[in-house]
Design a binder for this molecule. Structure first.
Ligand code: MC0
Length: 140
């Protein structure tokens, strides 16, 4: 597969409002998008620097006690911090096939709708040297 660029870096936080306040006022980033993904049980916010395209995605679980939610489980077991690396690809289905044929363990065998209406799919951190990898194919 070919990576076009780093789309975003996912960061799990305890409180998304306080985190947005921190990233905008202390780190000088700007909020470019915010939404609640009810089906995933998470709130997300995307911020970028003044020049860059690459974003930080802040993630907070809607219900912190729901251990079926991967973000709530991560927060409880590992605490807030870096969660995933997301790379942009042109053809997500082909990229998944390439990764699978190279022996990587896919979390999602097929792409699904993610934040901002893009198609996304995750690759297991065990196959990526401890990093949860997300593929992102921007919507047309
Ligand atoms: C919508 C969107 C978007 O961008 O558009 C999003 O961001 S959605 C963002 C939220 N969605 C997701 O994260 C979906 C993909 N993630 C998953 O399906 C899950 O988190 C898995 C990666 C399969 C792990 O789930 P599982 O229940 O197996 O977790 P677990 O706590 O038992 O952990 C199993 C092993 O994986 C490690 N592990 C768990 N989460 C990790 C992470 N984020 N980065 C690196 N390692 C991680 C644990 O430390 C553990 O290692 P040891 O075995 O060595 O102790």
């Amino acid at each position: 597969m070919e990576t076009q660029n780093i789309d975003h870096i996912g960061v799990v936080v305890e409180n998304i409002d306080k985190a947005i306040e921190f990233y905008t006022t202390k780190l000088g980033m700007k909020l470019v998008h915010r939404e609640d993904l009810q089906d995933r049980g998470i709130k997300v916010a995307f911020l970028t620097g003044t020049h860059g395209e690459t974003a930080v995605e802040l993630l907070e679980p809607i219900n912190h006690e729901d251990m079926n939610n991967t973000v709530a489980k991560f927060l409880k077991s590992r605490g807030p911090g870096l969660h995933h690396l997301a790379v942009k690809v042109e053809n997500i289905e082909k990229s998944l096939k390439d990764l699978e044929s190279n022996g990587l363990q896919l979390v999602d065998k097929a792409p699904r709708p993610g934040a901002r209406g893009h198609l996304v799919a995750f690759v297991h951190p065990k196959s990526v040297m401890g990093v949860l990898l997300e593929l992102v194919q921007p919507r047309e």
